[in-house]
Ligand binder design. Structure first.
Ligand code: NAD
Length: 473
């Protein structure tokens, strides 16, 4: 059992002002795995005051000083990486190799990237008579989701530290453990008091207290669209900057060529990774209508090959994060059947042999783009295959979505893939896979307005000042 009942405020682990706790449930067992404290707006006030006080000196540190701080954190993060992975496995159900591998590696990747960017970033630039300065925006409220806990926290904290900002992290209530360990890492690394603060609790209480706070300059939020909309409204009265990283319904276009079956299998297995709980997951698979039978066979085989079970065992996919998320996903699977989508793998209920835990069958439908299962983010291991007549039709279907986060195009003709990539209205698109910590990540349309990762991620935490007359005319 883990008992993380203290917050991190002004360089110390402290008790909440009003004691109140909540149980944390392990989604694999549905049993209580520990306790956290639920904070109140009064705890937020203390954390914001500490961050404001620390901003006066931290914002004036040199890039070199901040670089050295980040390098110290690197060593401490590496020392606790295994522990972070175990916590992620327990809090959100990722299988151990994934939790202790890609999950924690994303955190260290953002840390390493912030260091690389900071080494060469120009905070000042002269243009004629004017000096353009990039200055830290101030006190930041960082509100994060549970699905890739280290990715989401580290992609905010390290660029904010690199920029010279101070901050208050509000971790997700469903997955609070890894954030607590991260706070310990930052404490042990000697982050100055008040620069980083953390208050756990409910979004509607701690998140709202941050969004509406007079003395918070910016909110960086990753999470669902409805909460993003609410935060923007809550933040409006204080005209703070709001960075939104929201949901998606990304299309994966497979070209009509000899590698089609391989790409369909890869896209299907990819969809099931992290139990389908990835904002940029390719949840709509667009394939040539003329080859639908071949596609169904390849997708069904790939989905049926995904082993599901206890995250501590040797399985490819663990549970989804919670019983309520399980119920939502089951609702969508039922909806798909009601809408007349053809089920080619998986379906309602838990996988065979699992009678406890939030386990979902890797599920594949063939449907149309107007179905609810094609339009709404399911956030579970459910793929919808949609047929296209030609590539223009594929692009039209891909862009026919309220979201605009990610996209994928796979095929042997690189020029054709590139042509498709230019026409897709999303913040990122992957051509035959690939991975880049320096590539900006964020959404068009209702997928948000921010850009994280790499140098663009640093810009999120900077204001631009013009000093006119810096150079005589
Ligand atoms: P969520 O919106 O329910 O919660 C996210 C965070 O916001 C949590 O910490 C929550 O406590 C807090 N919150 C809830 N209500 C709030 C309020 N009124 N004011 C302030 N904060 C509040 O999302 P979730 O279920 O944790 O995460 C899943 C969602 O996140 C999916 O939609 C997914 O696509 C999205 N996501 C997006 C990205 C991206 O980079 N675009 C990455 C990961 C996840």
């Amino acid at each position: 059992m883990r008992n993380y009942t203290q917050f991190y405020i002004d360089g110390r682990f402290v008790d909440p002002i009003t004691p109140r706790t909540a149980e944390v449930i392990n989604p694999a067992t549905e049993a209580v795995s520990g306790t956290i404290s639920l904070g109140s707006p009064a705890d937020v006030d203390l954390a914001v005051a500490a961050a404001r006080k620390a901003f006066a000196s931290y914002s004036q540190t040199s890039a070199q000083e901040r670089l050295e701080l980040l390098q110290t954190i690197q060593a401490e993060y590496a020392r606790r990486e295994e522990e972070l992975g175990e916590a992620i496995m327990e809090e959100m159900g990722a299988p151990r190799p994934l939790a202790c591998g890609f999950h924690t590696m994303l955190g260290s990747g953002h840390l390493n990237t912030a260091i690389e960017v900071l080494k060469t970033f120009k905070f000042e630039e002269e243009r004629g008579v004017t000096l353009i300065r990039k200055e830290p925006i101030g006190v930041c409220g960082l509100i994060t989701p549970w699905n890739w806990p280290m990715n989401q926290t580290c992609v905010k904290i390290f660029p904010a530290l690199a920029a010279g900002c101070t901050m208050i992290l509000k971790p997700p209530q469903l997955a609070p453990y890894s954030a607590q360990i991260l706070a310990e890492i930052l404490h042990e690394s000697g982050v100055p008091a008040g620069v980083f603060n953390m208050v756990q609790g409910k979004g509607s209480e701690i998140g709202t207290a941050l969004s509406t706070h007079e003395d918070v300059d910016m909110i960086s939020f990753t999470g669902s669209e409805p909460v993003g909309v609410q935060i923007q409204k809550d933040a409006a009265d204080t005209v703070k900057r709001v960075g939104l990283e929201l949901g998606g319904k990304s299309a994966w276009i497979v070209l009509d060529d000899a590698s089609l079956a391989t790409h369909v299998a890869g896209a299907t297995a990819g969809m099931m990774g992290n139990s389908g709980q990835t904002c940029s997951a390719g949840s709509r698979l667009l394939v040539p209508n003329s080859r639908m039978e071949e596609v169904k066979k390849a997708a069904a085989e790939a989905a049926n090959a995904v082993t599901v079970g206890d995250p501590t065992g040797n399985f490819a996919m663990g549970p989804v994060v919670s019983k309520s998320q399980y119920d939502i996903i089951q609702g969508y699977i039922e909806k798909g059947l009601e809408e007349g989508a053809e089920l080619v793998a998986g379906g309602p209920g838990r996988p065979e042999g699992l009678d406890k835990g939030c386990y979902v069958k890797p599920t594949v439908f063939v449907g149309t783009n107007d179905m609810v299962i094609s339009r709404e983010e399911i956030f579970g291991p459910v793929l919808v295959i949609i047929g296209y007549d030609d590539l223009d039709h594929a692009v039209e279907i891909a862009n026919d979505s309220n979201f605009g986060l990610g996209g994928y195009v796979s095929g042997e003709d690189l020029d054709a893939c590139r042509e498709v990539s230019r026409k897709i209205r999303t913040g990122a698109i992957w051509v035959n896979g690939g991975f880049d910590f320096h590539a900006p990540f964020g959404g068009y349309k209702r997928s948000g307005n921010g850009r994280e990762w790499g140098e663009y991620g640093l810009h999120e935490y900077l204001e631009v000042k013009a000093v006119i007359g810096w150079n005589p005319a």
